[in-house]
Design a protein around this ligand. Sequence first.
Ligand SMILES: *[C@@H]1O[C@H](CO)[C@@H](O)[C@H](O)[C@H]1NC(C)=O
Ligand SMILES: *[C@@H]1O[C@H](CO)[C@@H](O)[C@H](O)[C@H]1NC(C)=O
Ligand SMILES: *[C@@H]1O[C@H](CO)[C@@H](O)[C@H](O)[C@H]1NC(C)=O
Ligand SMILES: *[C@@H]1O[C@H](CO)[C@@H](O)[C@H](O)[C@H]1NC(C)=O
Length: 524
Amino acid sequence: MDALKYVLLLLALAKYSESANILYVVPFTAKSHFIMLRPIGLELARRGHNVTVITGNKEPNPPPNYHQIMVDKKEIWELIGAGGRPNVFSMVNVPAEKFHEGILWKGGIAFTELVLNSTEIKAFLAKDNKFDLVISEQFFQEALNLFAYKYNAPLVLVTTYGNCMRHNIITRNPLQLATVLQEFLDVRDPTSFWGRMRNLYFSMYEYIYWRYFYMEEQEQLVKKYLKDLPQPVPNLYDVERNASLILVNSHFSFDPPTAYLSNVVEIGGSHLSKSDAKLPENLQKVLDNAKHGVVYMNFGSNVRSSELPEDKKKAILNVFRRLKQTVLWKWEEDILENKPENLVVQKWMPQKEILSHPNIRLFVSHGGLIGTQEATFHGVPIVGVPIYADQYNNLLQVQNIGYGKILEYHEIDEETLYNRVNEVLTNDSYRKKAKEVSRRFRDRPLNALDTAMFWIEYVIRNNGADYIKNPALELSWVASNMLDVYAFILILVLGVVFTTVKILSIVLSLFKSKDSKKQKKKRS
Ligand SMILES: *[C@@H]1O[C@H](CO)[C@@H](O)[C@H](O)[C@H]1NC(C)=O
Ligand SMILES: *[C@@H]1O[C@H](CO)[C@@H](O)[C@H](O)[C@H]1NC(C)=O
Ligand SMILES: *[C@@H]1O[C@H](CO)[C@@H](O)[C@H](O)[C@H]1NC(C)=O
Ligand SMILES: *[C@@H]1O[C@H](CO)[C@@H](O)[C@H](O)[C@H]1NC(C)=O
């Protein structure tokens, strides 16, 4: 017994000696982001690292080696001067350009400023802390990546969505525009000629705006709030290019397979790897007792079902009434008139726990990536109503693979909704496909969260692992794309062709003039 204790103590010590000081910069308040990012911070702490988190979501019972620095409380809608929270359903018709200019870029600048101007964060930055690693969310908060420079630590970026143009540009990974669609661009047929044209156009527009206008504004925030850094302060674009590792929230079993450099690692589904939360008693009962199974409807944390227009709300309730299944719906108000017998509403739903229940038959969703991954992980078919951002693309993948159907928001009426729901419920092919994708989504050498842990600790162990960064980062854009060599070959080929044509035409004209002289002689 004593020997066992001794061994355990030694193991604990060994663990401790490897533990690192990690700064985890995930201030963005959106719930869906935090659902994915939270387990990474907690797992790092569980493994013995000293984790300091800059966050907008307070952890109620953190372990002692998990320190939280809070962002001042403010709604993103207030920050961008939208005059309060808009009805999210109105964003169905917003084109990708407007979504970036009005919300992502504008919101990104405002939110980054909120972080840098927050009381706790200012106090934290004034202290003399040391960090071995900075992990930062790759989501419109680029000025905060400069913490890696401040603490002279390697930088790891983590995203809550899949592959995107900016990851590829900063790591010099190939863009793959033919198969990798910009994450927030909805195109009905992405691989068609016009689909690819739209993707190219939008990616160029995004790149120019992001790099030359938006990043300039982030630089202004650096000048305003991070004054006492050792000079010369590197520019934010170079700091980002120097990231050791990018963790991407995708997986090839669901997302399109793509070429990735060694330091771009897919960790899609990491928030599901070690989740063991239980259902609350009332829901457990409802789900256990549902003889005909359960249809679960939730439009996500940002979308409020109660903001639905009256006719659509009525149509949805009528469809529920016609189903023999029990229905669970996230409904945010106190009252719901005309509630069908088989409908259970609640203001908040523990989603991944609900989706893990064997009686779930269908998920009616807005197609957010986190919810889509949860349904995928648990093998639940989807009827999806995309509203904005990456939702259409996530659902298009689901539909193409064959475990769900898209229902466009403007199509919602009783008949179309009933038909779509009924088809996915009654045709067994959707359920079978969902089970198959679930199996392959889990089929990995290491689960997603442990994959993230391995690579983060790999970067720590190897002092930033500079050697895994793409050597093409040292080359100019022209050289890394071989454009100078291609241009040279093109000029050479054109030169040869031109010279050959020229010589041929001279020779021909010589023959011609000889001929005409002969003819003249003959005539005379
Ligand atoms: C852990 O990080 C905090 C900063 O959040 C620091 O004050 C503390 O000294 C660190 N602990 C160790 C053991 O390094
Ligand atoms: C920064 O925070 C202070 C309060 O701590 C506030 O008075 C000031 O308006 C903020 N500045 C900006 C630009 O938000
Ligand atoms: C079920 O759905 C699949 C895929 O959409 C389709 O190919 C098949 O014909 C459907 N079967 C029936 C009986 O409707
Ligand atoms: C790039 O990151 C490495 C650690 O990975 C660091 O040693 C180096 O100073 C960084 N270079 C720049 C220009 O930030």
